[in-house]
Design a protein around this ligand. Structure first.
Ligand code: KPL
Length: 302
């Protein structure tokens, strides 16, 4: 399968690198990373079981006019619209969003005439330096039709992921899966970013209260949006991911460390907005959103 990974930062490089063991992969990434991959290949470190640790996917900074069977979109949620505009210049058969936050698939589908699948990824990944990505926690990719239900296309893509050695599941309940992942990120990401800790810190006192409350609030808002996600299910998912990626630096903490704009609007900010529409309060998500936005404003990022 010809696959383009659009926005190959830490997670995109890990997924793209694993896929490149079996498929013809092109990474669309920043210049330094592209130069390193072209020169010496992509080095995969950490929790990858077996298989070559140095692989040679194609790499480019220019995502215009892509031609592929599949584009895996891994850009930050706030870059989704511009990614869609670039992807519209090419000829691709299917798009899979593997991004944090909500609303990415709708943004892509509104601008593209190809099928857009929804997905979540709970692998922990860090780009150690250009050309080197470390897997800090083996998670899984879940993908499927964005409105839910069966999808032969999702089945084919799921098989392609599994053939490359990725943990991948095809789900018929993607709206619920996306809310569950949102609940995981709402608990882990801002708490680890604000406290400067690894994901495992949300399993311990005192951070655990904050993370659990944000996760529970998210599940409540999901139910108000007609998605069947119990508090227990959301909490179990958050704890599972925090355990599996305990040593990982969450993507939001990576953004804060690099003094970059974060995905707070598409994660906790999204929860606050949907809560407001449903006439609910989500005070912990509101507090976490305000703190991260204040940090962004202080750095001149917002
Ligand atoms: O999605 C993640 C992120 O960091 O954004 C998790 C799964 C929490 C892994 O760190």
């Amino acid at each position: 399968m010809e696959i383009v990974v659009f926005g190959a930062g830490s997670l995109g490089s890990l997924i793209g690198g694993l896929l490149a063991r079996e498929h013809d992969v092109t990474l669309v990434a920043r210049e330094a990373h592209v130069c390193a991959v072209r020169e010496s290949g992509l080095r995969l470190e950490g929790a990858i079981d077996g298989g070559p640790s140095r692989i040679f996917p194609a790499a480019t900074t220019d995502g215009t006019g892509p031609e592929a069977d599949l584009v895996v979109v891994t850009v930050k949620s706030f870059d989704t619209r511009s990614a869609a505009e670039t992807l519209a210049t090419g000829s691709v058969d299917a798009i899979l969003s593997l991004q944090n936050g909500m609303g990415n698939e709708a943004t892509l589908a509104a601008r593209l005439e190809v099928p857009v699948l929804a997905g979540t990824a709970t692998y922990g990944a860090i780009l150690q330096e250009p050309g080197v990505v470390e897997c800090t926690g083996r998670g899984e990719v879940v993908l499927g039709a964005r409105a839910g239900g069966p999808s032969p296309l999702a089945d084919r893509i799921g098989e392609a992921f599994v053939a490359a050695g990725l943990e991948a599941t095809v789900a018929k309940d993607m709206p619920r899966r996306l809310w569950e992942k949102l609940a995981v990120n709402a608990g882990i990401n801002p708490v680890t970013a604000l406290t400067g800790t690894e994901n495992g810190a949300v399993l311990e006192e005192p951070a655990t209260d904050l993370a659990r409350t944000a996760t529970r609030e998210t599940a409540r808002v999901a139910r108000a949006c007609d998605v069947s996600l119990s508090n227990r299910e959301a909490l179990a998912a958050m704890v599972d991911v925090a355990e599996a990626t305990a040593a990982n630096t969450s993507s939001m903490r990576q953004d804060v460390l690099a003094e970059r704009y974060t995905e707070i609007d598409a994660i906790n900010g999204y929860v606050v907005d949907r809560a407001g529409e449903a006439g609910l309060e989500a005070p912990t998500n509101r507090l976490l959103t305000s703190l991260i936005r204040t940090w962004e404003r202080g750095r001149g990022l917002r």
